[in-house]
Design a protein around this ligand. Structure first.
Ligand code: AMP
Length: 401
């Protein structure tokens, strides 16, 4: 590991074992930001299920009560459609015990409800983003949350890159530790970023190179091989003087991409780009398509071709440690999903330690029913990208037992 861009502060976060929870009010930030359909019904409760082990462990350790807090959606003030009532109902079913849902998240009535709750109660506060100060790290709001617990547990990895009251700010006011879900994320990215078994291979994809420049820069310090696919590959190919037709390109990033290529050379990191492409005559599911090695004028590359799939799959197979973030093509359209599927299958078959992060690569894995074959599927898109950038996440850095 090198100089400035050190490993995530993750390593320093202690877990539930560091605190005596017996008789304590345990304030816990979870990520219950679940997808809902038009009627408000929960369409996927994965995130609620993912929080159960920590909640159950805290109760088993004799906590007086668990006070859960989460955001849902992006409300501007109180929004009836974004109350956490349906989540409380689902949580009650999954936990098989009563959940006391409160209609607010701070104030005297909430404090009285928490302090008066029967031993072993599970309490769910209202959507924290109904509070104007939540996303502004407001000190008074953080202090109001802190009154509801003797200790704080952060188990919301997906929001840990945000310096928000219920995430990092309240953590500073109470003895605080990471929950099991957050710990698993910290450990997984730690295995990739600090002293990984080699070769360490990163696969990066997705639309924009601008979103991943900091990730590329940090991974160039650590990886043996970086495979780049998706829309972001075409700015690289353009810089290398290859024809890219109408493919995605970010001309304002040409200089930074040039620097990344130079850094790869200097650090002796193998940086591989697609060697063939599925091109289309328009950005549409029913476009005319063909496989080419050189992109013709007027065509756009929307997926990596079969030779690239093989090239990438061979590198993936040899990895001892691997991290994948971002699709290889416009995988939402079947005509351009083969590259992402091939990479997904290769990652699933890889015998090394494999971590997949980022919404789209996780969605692709799920489409392929391969999630269970990966060692760690991250629950946080933005948070995992920031860890890969080498940043310290506020919600992790603030924890102190
Ligand atoms: P991101 O949010 O940056 O991870 O990008 C994900 C999006 O990139 C997906 O919606 C893909 O459809 C899109 N994408 C991947 N490859 C390409 C490509 N070659 N051209 C245009 N969009 C792409």
């Amino acid at each position: 590991m090198t100089g400035a861009s050190s490993a995530p502060a993750a390593k320093s976060a202690q877990g539930l074992d560091a605190l005596d929870l017996k008789g304590k009010r345990v304030l816990m930030r979870v990520d219950f930001n679940v997808p809902q359909d038009d009627t408000g019904a929960i369409s996927d409760d994965t995130r609620i299920r993912a929080a159960l082990p920590t909640i159950q462990e805290v109760l088993a350790k004799g906590a007086r009560c668990v006070v859960l807090m989460s955001h849902l959606g992006r409300p501007k003030g109180v929004d009836a459609k974004l109350r956490l009532n349906p989540i409380a109902q689902r949580l009650e079913k999954l936990l098989k015990r009563k959940v006391l849902k409160l209609d607010d998240s701070t104030g005297a009535a909430v404090e009285a409800a928490v302090n008066g709750a029967a031993a072993g109660s599970v309490i769910l506060l209202e959507n924290v983003r109904f509070n104007a100060g939540e996303q502004k790290a407001d000190a008074a709001l953080s202090a109001a949350y802190a009154k509801l617990g003797d200790v704080f547990v952060n188990d919301a990895f997906g929001t840990s890159h945000r310096a928000e009251c219920s995430v990092s700010e309240v953590a500073k006011l109470l003895p605080s530790v990471a929950g099991r879900l957050l710990q698993a994320e910290i450990e997984a990215f730690g295995r990739v970023l600090s002293a990984p078994k080699r070769p360490l291979v990163a696969i990066l994809g997705g639309a924009k190179v601008s979103d991943k420049l900091l990730v590329i820069d940090n991974l160039l310090e650590r990886c043996d091989t970086i495979l780049i696919g998706g829309g972001m590959a075409y700015t690289f190919l353009h810089v290398l003087g290859q024809p890219i037709g109408k493919s995605l390109v970010e001309l304002d990033r040409v200089d930074v991409v040039k620097k990344a290529l130079e850094k790869a050379k200097a650090k002796k990191v193998e940086l591989l780009l697609p060697v063939d492409h599925v091109v289309a005559d328009k950005f549409a599911a029913d476009a005319a398509t063909k496989v080419v090695e050189s992109i013709p004028d007027g065509w756009m590359a929307l997926d990596i071709g079969p030779k690239s799939q093989k090239l990438f799959a061979d590198k993936i197979a040899a990895a001892q440690t691997l991290v994948w973030n971002g699709p290889m093509g416009v995988f939402e359209m079947p005509a351009f999903a083969k590259g992402t599927a091939a990479v997904g299958k290769a990652v699933a078959a890889c015998k090394g330690y494999t971590v997949v992060g980022g919404g789209d690569s996780v969605a692709a894995l799920e489409m392929l029913k391969l999630s269970s074959k990966v060692k760690h599927v991250s629950t946080g898109g933005g948070a995992s990208l920031e860890l890969l950038e080498g940043k310290t996440l506020p919600g992790i850095a603030a924890l102190k037992a």
